[in-house]
Design a protein around this ligand. Structure first.
Ligand code: FAD
Ligand code: NAI
Length: 466
């Protein structure tokens, strides 16, 4: 008889949430984690520490530029970077302890060490105390992702850093060069720009934040430029020389051409993340990977080997914590004999900059490519009373609705608190709402969410405040 019903390898948001749901459903569950702390990339070196620094640096900037306009005189704020880092670390620690508590509360065994699948139903755990073998009916691989390397550039986490090093710099660089205008580059670029760094972003494509509705991405770029970001699009970094006191990055047009050298103090490499399966033994047990190294799963998160499942960043789909969590819940429910399911058409994505960029569903580019006729409703925050009084008028809400049925197909919000506001759009889409449903829903005044209602009204060209 198996000692466990389920062993989950990895305790990121995918793994630990999967374990909790499995335990709630009565499965005898264990997790295996090789880090010293639980919570995975998200809690330790991802979502949580980055949001702590984004929060603190936003207030620092606001205290320097925004407070006085509201009649609050605090003098010039002084940065204590070590204290800000301690604030971030405390936040991480609190969250990690929360996961430890949840494991205990749900009677989930925690095995610290590196997990390797010796055979279906057998997970070897190698830790400080040696190697033990866990027997189990099912295994869920939730081992996450790691930083994608940039060819010819070695990350030292001191001067040439990944997000991990950029979350712990000991001093504000005079100039930060960001390679990759994606989520990490723009979030962490924002942190260091607010704290005083000059930030230049080099992006391979001719646009920032690929995958985001282009109209929204263009406006986002203009706003970031107004804040001081410099962008070099359609450009690639071919090497970084670190022999001198300052780094010298060589860049050239993406299509090839004359190289240019950029001096900087720190270079952040943020060109994506890749699935992490090192040392898991997937090869030996015959688990199939796709050409990008992702574990191949079916609609029930099952791999090609019976009894082995996978979720989160290690499989296809957006590399987001909430996507991993929802997959964790779904696979636990499937293993318990229920009908677990994830609606991939309604997974919100948020870039936590100022303003925030939040999106759910399809972009105009997607709809054009699919040949779906649609109507657009847009409403700017300059016409929203609350945004106006708060002086946070950058951005707009954009609703895309099916031209025939009026069903909401996508909502894109560039604006203050967009990350919280997108939940309304996700809920509406989950229920199959039309833009008229949103437009007819009473929204409290004065709130930023009225801009969502107005954008829905604008689909029928009947916005009230524009
Ligand atoms: P992970 O969180 O990567 O966890 C995998 C765990 O498995 C790790 O703890 C690892 O140590 C462990 N592991 C790996 N191999 C083994 C093994 N063989 N044995 C034992 N343990 C093993 N997403 C958002 O939704 N919102 C955000 O704001 C956000 N911010 C981010 C900021 C940064 C800087 C980064 C890097 C990422 C951010 N993400 C964010 C992405 C998010 O962190 C990931 O999508 C999420 O962590 C994926 O969860 P996961 O459970 O699949 O894997
Ligand atoms: P990303 O995929 O968001 O962006 C990478 C960027 O680098 C793209 O714009 C890409 O075109 C560019 N690029 C690729 N190769 C390049 C090269 N050689 N030179 C210049 N540019 C190049 O990846 P990022 O920002 O590293 O984030 C990784 C993952 O982490 C993302 O999938 C994201 O979902 C997740 N994440 C999520 C956050 C959130 O939800 N708020 C925050 C941070 C990360």
């Amino acid at each position: 008889m198996s000692a466990y019903d389920l062993v989950v390898i990895g305790t990121g948001p995918g793994g630990y949430v999967c374990a909790i749901r499995a335990a709630q459903l009565g499965l005898k569950t264990a997790v295996v984690e090789k880090r010293k702390t639980l919570g995975g990339t998200c809690l330790n070196i991802g979502c949580i520490p980055s949001k702590a620094l984004l929060h603190a640096s936003e207030l620092y900037e606001e205290a320097g530029h925004g407070f006085e306009a509201m009649g609050i005189k605090v003098g010039k704020p002084k940065l204590d970077l070590a204290a800000m880092m301690a604030f971030k670390d405390e936040g991480v620690d609190g969250n990690v302890k929360g996961v430890e508590f949840l494991m205990k509360k749900n009677k989930i065994d925690v095995h610290v060490g590196t997990g390797r699948i010796a055979a279906p139903g057998k997970v070897e755990v190698t830790g400080e105390a040696g190697t033990t073998t866990l027997e189990t009916k099912a295994i869920v691989v939730a081992t996450g992702s790691e930083v994608a390397p940039l060819k010819g550039v070695a990350i030292d986490e001191t001067r040439i850093v990944s997000s991990t090093g950029a979350l712990a710099l000991p001093k504000v660089p005079k100039k930060l060069l960001v390679v990759g205008a994606g989520v990490i580059g723009l979030e962490l670029g924002s942190v260091w720009r607010r704290l005083g760094a000059e930030v230049e972003v080099v992006e391979f494509l001719d646009r920032i934040v690929p995958g985001i509705d282009l109209d929204v991405a263009r406006q986002f770029q203009r706003i970031l430029q107004k804040q001081g970001f410099a962008f070099r699009l359609s450009t690639k970094v071919t090497g970084i020389d670190k022999s001198g006191a300052r780094l010298k990055a060589t860049v050239e047009p993406a299509a090839g051409g004359e190289p240019v050298v950029i001096d900087c103090d720190v270079a952040l490499i943020a060109i994506g993340r890749v699935p992490y399966t090192d040392g898991l033994g997937l090869d030996a047990v015959g688990v199939a990977l796709d050409p990008r190294g992702r574990v191949i799963t079916d609609a029930h998160f099952a791999t090609n080997v019976p009894g082995i499942y996978a979720i989160g960043d290690v499989i296809a789909g957006p590399m987001l914590a909430h996507k991993a969590e929802d997959e964790g819940v779904a696979v636990a429910e499937i293993l318990a004999g229920k009908a677990g399911h994830v609606n991939y058409g309604v997974i919100p994505g948020v870039v936590y900059t100022t303003p925030e960029l939040a999106t759910v569903g399809r972009t105009e580019e997607d709809l054009k490519a699919a040949g779906i006729a649609y109507n657009v409703g847009k409403f700017p925050f300059t016409a929203n009373g609350r945004a106006k009084v708060n002086r946070t008028t950058d951005g707009f809400v954009k609703v895309l609705a099916d031209a025939k049925t009026d069903r909401v197909l996508g909502v894109h919000i560039l604006g203050p608190d967009a990350g919280n506001m997108i939940a309304e759009a996700a809920l509406a889409m989950e229920f199959g709402a039309s833009s008229e449903d949103i437009a007819r829903t009473c929204h409290a005044h004065p709130t930023l969410t009225e801009a969502v209602k107005e954008a829905a009204l604008a689909v029928e060209k009947r916005a009230l405040h524009m």
